[in-house]
Ligand binder design. Structure first.
Ligand code: SF4
Length: 464
């Protein structure tokens, strides 16, 4: 299949992008991808330069991406290969997106998840996690807060709290859409939930949602099943929101983006870097999946596909943290990995998404190298922005008592003072991450030569 840069991706060692399942949804050819991951030699710096020169900004073929990734993971060559990958990706980034970045922020609605993922603080079996479900009006207060900051890409997050996804999110999507209209804002609304059926995606699309985010965690089914051990995420659901006890949650999840795209929703996908020790196969599977989706359903500047880069962070309840001591630390390689995603999927319709799971400096460098989309101001617990809202109210001389009382009631902690509120809400976060305010991101991104646009569209670049 020729592409705009003249490379024939489906010759040679690039996998077939045809669906391989009876339900006509994509599944990666993991056997071939993993054989390729094993047989491809790691690129040394000279080979890396040659691969990047030959690609000339066009999409890397799977064997080329595998060679570069193995070069990045090779102790001896890592630094030099990283420099070459980042430089090549930076050129592509500037050609496609200039220095523009779309900022997003999540609004966590509930941490009462009914699935069980060993890496997550919100897992059902984590008895140390204090649970909280946010009422609609407090969620909308936070939507207003983010819009006022200039963040117009709003993501609703609920874990696998099924009633929140079924009842609260459609309402919030409708109310946010109305608020955008009232404010004259061209915004986008995303939701990060359990994998849904096509009919459920269609309902959310009708309510006004634009995007869904479902991280696959692992394309390898054994790795997935070892880390996702219970709940809807392990089995999948049906149109009536019932868990399919005989279902295959891994396969149901891989099909989620395709079902969403059929319903008119933009997809977000990604695997957790390092969860599967076979990093190369996971990377290739992610790229293969993204390539299939964009070629089958389209990914454009107006309706882009997000490529996320989750990593396994510690959780806030340290006594129940199951992160292995020897979990691979991919922070150093994070910008180059972002670059490799963009070089594999170079298009205005592919927005690589570095996030605040890594320190701000690393997040910004990955954004400079490859990311058209990035998170700012992120709080990962339900009600996380409420302390800032209270501070703003106080500065304006408004009465904060009713809201304070409301929050005290929610967290069931009487006598909580304003200064203690943020800590109590942050304890309920999904995992430990790096928080900085949006204004700090604006400054730091600017220092890095980047521009956070107030909106959700990246203007087309002259040379793209
Ligand atoms: S990763 Fe998602 S589904 Fe899994 S336990 Fe956490 S919130 Fe629930």
């Amino acid at each position: 299949m020729p592409n705009t840069c003249g490379r024939d991706l489906y010759n040679g060692s690039v996998m077939s992008a045809s669906p391989q399942t009876s339900d006509d949804l994509y599944l990666p050819d993991l056997k071939s991808l993993s054989a390729l991951a094993v047989s491809t030699p790691a690129a040394d710096p000279a080979t890396a330069e040659k691969i990047l020169q030959d690609a000339n900004g066009g999409p890397l073929m799977h064997d080329e991406a595998a060679a570069l990734l193995k070069g990045l993971l090779d102790h001896e060559h890592s630094a030099a290969v990283s420099v070459a990958v980042c430089a090549a990706s930076r050129d592509v980034r500037v050609r496609l997106f200039g220095n523009n970045v779309v900022a997003m922020a999540p609004i966590e609605l509930s941490n009462a998840c009914v699935s069980d993922c060993v890496f997550c603080g919100w897992r059902l079996s984590n008895r140390a996690m204090k649970r909280l479900r946010l009422p609609a009006e407090l969620a909308m207060l936070q939507v207003e807060y983010l819009i006022d900051l200039g963040i117009h890409y709003i993501e609703f997050v609920s874990g696998d709290d099924v009633s929140v996804v079924r009842e609260l999110i459609p309402r919030l999507v409708r109310e946010t859409r109305a608020l955008f209209e009232k404010r004259g804002v061209e915004g986008k609304i995303s939701f990060c939930t359990l994998a849904l059926t096509e009919a459920q995606y269609a309902d959310l699309r009708s309510a006004g949602a634009d995007n869904m985010i479902v991280w696959q965690e692992a394309y390898d089914p054994d790795v997935y099943r070892r880390h996702v051990v219970g709940g809807p995420k392990a089995f999948g659901i049906d149109d009536d929101w019932r868990v399919d006890k005989q279902g295959n949650g891994w396969r149901f999840r891989i099909g989620s983006q395709e079902r969403a795209m059929r319903a008119g929703i933009e997809p977000g996908l990604g695997s957790m870097l390092g969860l599967n020790p076979d990093i190369v196969t996971e990377f290739l599977a992610t790229v293969d999946h993204a390539r299939y989706l964009s070629q089958t359903y389209g990914a454009t500047a107006e309706h882009p596909m997000l490529i996320g880069m989750p990593i396994w962070n510690h959780i806030t309840t340290r006594e129940t943290d199951l992160r292995p001591r020897r979990a691979p630390n991919l922070e150093k390689l994070f910008p180059a990995l972002a670059g490799l995603y963009l070089l594999s999927l170079p298009s205005e319709g592919t927005w690589v998404f570095p996030n605040c799971r890594v320190p701000m400096k690393t997040q910004i460098e990955a954004t400079r190298v490859a990311g058209a989309f990035s998170s700012t101001e992120v709080k990962l617990g339900p009600g996380g922005y409420l302390p800032s809202i209270l501070r703003n109210m106080q500065e304006r001389g408004e009465d904060v008592k009713p809201l304070m009382e409301r929050i005290r009631g929610l967290v069931k902690e009487n006598g909580l003072e304003m200064g203690e509120l943020a800590a109590v809400l942050d304890e309920r976060e999904q995992f430990v991450h790096h928080y900085h305010g949006h204004d700090r991101y604006l400054k730091e991104m600017q220092k890095a030569g980047l521009h956070i646009i107030e909106g959700v569209r990246i203007p087309t670049q002259g040379g793209a």
